[in-house]
Design a protein around this ligand. Structure first.
Ligand code: RIB
Ligand code: CA
Length: 312
């Protein structure tokens, strides 16, 4: 059963690998469109990077839309220190020639959810949740029509990566995250708790480089670049490959396990802004709104990723 998805993204090398994995998996996934949001780098770069990745995959047919260029209530925080100035540092790829769609990403989200049969479109946010929250605020009628949201964001036992308390995607736009987490849409969350378990170790990256393709080379170059920051910080023999966890879940959900719990977003405190407060032990009667993943078969994840990238 092919799942229709919209990828909402702020490429970012790990976003790029997630997009490639989705485009390499047509039996399981139909990519209805890609909506770019400001996050790792500004919107002008994320919308361009999304098109660069589609062209690398030979998919000039994919519709790419530009969305919100700043969070709902805060000034934009970016992550060039991790992803480089372009957001896709590690390899120089040709400027995109495929067009950016004229329609705003938020409009595309609303139109698609209204046109497709209710409950048949999954949203896959890989960056700050600004586009999704803006669509929900603008057109609340689409909220019950969303099949599921499978997102990369948040952290609980693994604590924060941009502040001691918060993970980057949620930190950048906590008000947007609050709208999404309170929306009532079925939510599957890939937090740092699980993405920090899929590390880009040398054997795994060499297996991708050894594919001997442009895609394999680009992915290996991207990970060589962006892993240096996290390896220095965490002292691990590899960096977390965050965003492809979302797509791998759609293809092979059994790779992951977690707990259905209440997760709420801190929006008031400067100290803990963007923290995902997970009621892991059920000490409150707050509604359980999120499947919060914590475990993953890391080698199974990389075997799947490498096997699918080989198709491109
Ligand atoms: O904290 C990791 C997340 O922030 C990933 O989605 C990465 O691409 C950045 O957006
Ligand atoms: Ca991202």
């Amino acid at each position: 059963m092919t799942r229709k998805i919209i990828i909402d993204t702020d490429p970012g090398q790990d976003d790029a690998v997630a997009i490639l994995l989705a485009l390499a998996s047509p039996e399981e996934i139909e990519v209805m469109g890609i909506t770019a949001v400001a996050g790792n780098v500004p919107l002008a770069l994320t919308q361009k990077n999304a098109r660069i990745v589609c062209e690398l995959a030979g998919r000039r047919d994919i519709r790419v839309f530009a969305g919100c260029d700043k969070p709902l209530a805060h000034t934009l925080v970016t992550a060039e220190h991790v992803h480089g100035k372009t957001g896709l540092d590690g390899i120089a790829l040709p400027e995109p020639t495929m067009p950016l769609q004229d329609t705003h990403a938020v409009e595309f989200l609303i139109e698609t959810l209204r046109q497709e049969p209710s409950g048949t479109v999954t949203l896959c946010p890989l960056g700050p949740l600004t586009n999704i929250a803006t669509a929900f605020r603008t057109a609340p009628d689409i909220i019950p029509r969303v099949q599921e949201i499978v997102l990369m964001g948040g952290a609980y036992f693994e604590v924060g990566n941009i502040t001691p308390a918060a993970e980057f995607n949620i930190y950048v736009d906590p008000e947007a995250a609050e709208i999404v987490f309170k929306s009532g849409v079925p939510l599957t969350v890939m937090p740092l708790d699980v993405t920090h378990k899929v590390l880009t170790t040398r054997p795994r990256i060499e297996a991708i480089r050894d594919l001997g393709t442009d895609v394999g080379h680009a992915v290996a170059q991207w990970t060589d670049f962006f892993e240096r920051f996290d390896m220095e910080k965490y002292g691990h023999d590899g960096a977390p490959l965050h965003d492809p966890c979302v797509i791998a879940y759609l293809i092979r959900p059994g790779l992951f396990s977690g707990r259905h719990v209440n997760v709420e977003i801190e929006t008031m405190s400067p100290l803990t802004r963007g923290m995902t407060v997970a009621d892991w032990w059920g000490v409150t009667d707050r509604p359980r709104n999120a499947m919060f993943m914590g475990e993953v078969d890391a080698q199974g994840f990389y075997d799947l990723l490498t096997g699918r990238l080989a198709r491109l």
